[in-house]
Design a protein around this ligand. Structure first.
Ligand code: ADE
Length: 282
């Protein structure tokens, strides 16, 4: 079993196009074996340029080896939990379903519609132990408010923030059809990705405060005057998005460290699973 002397409270999960955080000073590298297998890649424990300790994990692996349906999400969340992680900032490239959310904008979703197909392993509780986590509000709203309050000026010119949006999570790996893209718009979804489920559910079960920071890369395929989404388009916008992600982190990390000094910041998530297990003890 791999081990480290470091405990880390804040984890950053990087998605498509965000496979590392350059400028961060690497302190340790660990790939813990968990009861659910190995995480997607090494977890890099590092210091931000401003001196804040974080654990970084590339969701798809550093060479993007895992497609969204194959990511070992339970191992990822369990490995971060084993390091003492209390807060996850989960970055993700997303398609925009709204005219006003332009490529290179950043979005803090507050709701999710799950359109995955049901074969992703989405709970730690199974095989004789049943639990039902509360998931009405799938993200940590205090974390979202904190991020929004501290990063309004953090993006390069032309990019803006949006908050309180609805994220639809599709199975993939192929992108949506035009009919599906229009359907999601008619459901009032604002952005689309392939990876918030089951990550958000498992973080909730692990009592980790979780907020996804979505980086818009394309207009999916509903927009009449834009090309339908392609990997090329996603990766082209991600070059600018990853610069913005690192800039935003320089504002977010000090604010979170400060907030974590107050026990009240995580009071809604810590202990939230206490009454969720329904299986009768034998
Ligand atoms: N990730 C980035 N763009 C996407 C899109 N249009 N659909 C699903 N996932 C995405």
């Amino acid at each position: 079993m791999a081990s480290t002397t470091h405990t880390v409270k804040i984890a950053i999960i990087g998605g498509s196009g965000l496979y590392s955080l350059d400028g961060f000073q690497q302190l340790d590298t660990i790939r813990p074996q968990t009861p659910w297998g190995l995480p997607s890649d090494n977890i890099i424990i590092s210091l931000s340029p401003e001196g804040h300790k974080i654990a970084f994990l590339a969701r798809h692996g550093s060479g993007h080896q895992f497609n969204p349906s194959e990511i070992p999400v339970r191992a990822n969340i369990a490995a971060l939990k084993s390091l003492g992680v209390e807060v996850i900032l989960a970055f993700s490239a997303v398609g925009s379903l709204r005219e006003e959310i332009r490529p290179a904008d950043f979005v803090l979703p507050s709701q999710i519609i799950d359109r995955t197909k049901g074969f992703r392993e989405n709970t730690f509780f199974e095989k004789g132990v049943t639990a039902h986590a509360g998931f009405a509000d799938p993200f940590h709203s205090k974390l979202a408010d904190l991020i929004y309050a501290h990063t309004k000026e953090a993006l390069t010119e032309g990019s803006s923030w949006h908050k309180n949006k609805t994220l639809v999570c599709m199975e993939g790996p192929a992108f949506s059809t035009r009919a599906e893209s229009h359907l999601y718009r008619s459901w009032n979804c604002d952005i689309i990705n392939m990876s918030v489920i089951p990550e958000a559910k498992l973080a909730r079960e692990a009592e980790i405060a979780y907020q996804m920071i979505c980086m818009s890369t394309d207009y999916d395929c509903w927009h009449e005057s834009e090309e339908p989404v392609s990997v090329q388009a996603v990766m082209a916008t991600m070059a600018q998005n990853s610069t913005n992600a690192k800039k935003a982190l320089s504002f977010i990390l000090p604010a979170i460290e400060e907030a974590l000094k107050e026990a009240s910041f995580l009071e809604d998530i810590k202990g939230s699973m206490k009454f969720s297990i329904i299986t009768r003890p034998t």
